[in-house]
Design a protein around this ligand. Sequence first.
Ligand SMILES: Cc1cc2nc3c(=O)[nH]c(=O)nc-3n(C[C@H](O)[C@H](O)[C@H](O)COP(=O)(O)OP(=O)(O)OC[C@H]3O[C@@H](n4cnc5c(N)ncnc54)[C@H](O)[C@@H]3O)c2cc1C
Length: 488
Amino acid sequence: MGMLAKCDILIIGAGAVGVGIARELSKFETDVLVVEKKDDVGGDATKSCSAMISTEFSVAPFTLESKICQASRPMYDLLCRDLDIPLVYRGSLTVALDEEQEKKIPAILKKAFDNGVYDVEYRRPEEVMEMEPNITPTNRGAVYSPRDTQINPFEFVIAQAENAAENGVRFLFDCPVTGMELAADGRIGKVLTPKGEIEAKYVINCAGLYCDDIAKMVGECDFKVNPRRGQFYLLDKETPVKVNHIIMPIATAKSRGTLIIPTVDGNILVGPTAEDYEDKTDKRTTREGLDLIASQAKTLVPDIRLGDTITQFVGLRPARTPEGYNILISEKVPGYVGISGIRSSGLTGSLGIAKYTIQMMREKLGLETVRKKGFIGKRRGIVRFSEATNAEREKLVAADPLYGHIVCRCEQVTEAEIVQAIRRPVGARTVDAVKRRVRAGMGRCQGGFCTPLVIDILARETGVPASEIRKRDGASYMLAREDKGMKQ
Ligand SMILES: Cc1cc2nc3c(=O)[nH]c(=O)nc-3n(C[C@H](O)[C@H](O)[C@H](O)COP(=O)(O)OP(=O)(O)OC[C@H]3O[C@@H](n4cnc5c(N)ncnc54)[C@H](O)[C@@H]3O)c2cc1C
């Protein structure tokens, strides 16, 4: 196998954690490469989670997770401003449903205080009703946390990846790491992929659910990762029974329980479950799981309309045994950094994880971080036709006539937005990558109308036949094609 690339720092995995580290490193004079086994940035857990940017007032206090999440949360305001990522404060209500749960409220407030979250407050049942008219009138009060919110996880990662790429970070997709060879000095000599070998001074394992497989390649795996499944319903924007805040039940030891989340894009997200199992590839929803969510959601918001579901999906949390955030700066394999246990709060924690990991690499590995001349700190997002006023729309169409061609009717996405999604740094190459960037296919019909049009635009813009366009990673071709003499 020939040489594919050389770099100073190799990041394995382009989820929130890998891309967060890449963007942070892009501020410095160092050559960074991200390898990702899928077709796009956005990760695995990252793209299918509740996506709360939370104060994490309920994590175990005085742990690395608590420390990192508390450091991380305030960074969102400026990052979202600089990278043009929508962030709307909604706040959360953790609602007690009976006397037993009501008794737990003082302990929740105390835990929040121990986590350094001083702005959570108790709300009386009638105050809860005023804040949320659709909540159960038999509620027994709630914990209000004003700075909890939800973010679009795709935009969050894509914005950072685009900015990192503008600042020189390279990305390789459809490129799984399959092995590593140690050199005589104990460092990593070669990183193996089906596309060729990579040489790097430092290797950071951000492979989420698969971080144990990568850790085994260098003999640094004293833990196990198993998937903890979370099932969700996503409701149509037009559903009549909505909530203004993130509505949460009182958590159990294992999970936060079923949440009702008003997303930043105007949908209602309901879920997730928390089910431990072994198969990392099984992302099927189950009748039992969806029924459980439905019954739990109705205890909080009795009239919630789950019939307005536009899709159901599964996210797999990378649950570690033993539990907890773990950031290993290896002594056995100098240059290897292993990140594991980033299970439930990892979207919130990702910015802090990036800062913390780089600081540990400075302290323990002597990583030099010289500020890059000409670092570009800002990025503008794609202007959405659906959010523009009529006057703005006229200007958009005048500047680019493709803004006058609606491709996705449900979400009002134009051809101009799709073309930009493809042409930008770390541009979309698959139908799902377009969907994640501009929402074409995210609406009520879930791509039934626009998918063939998106395939044509992708083929035209990337100069390949339409039969080569995939839905996502792997051999997910969408049109019949000749492949090794076989019709697929
Ligand atoms: C149901 C659910 C709800 C959640 N809710 C929240 C929440 O509300 N708030 C919050 O902050 N967090 C939440 N989380 C947690 C959060 O989603 C994760 O902690 C975070 O996304 C982890 O990011 P990551 O980059 O470590 O992992 P991932 O996003 O899983 O990224 C890992 C990447 O590594 C790649 N990879 C794997 N193996 C290889 C290989 N061999 N070679 C190359 N690439 C490889 C994968 O393809 C993937 O892209 C939730 C998670 C789930 C599943």
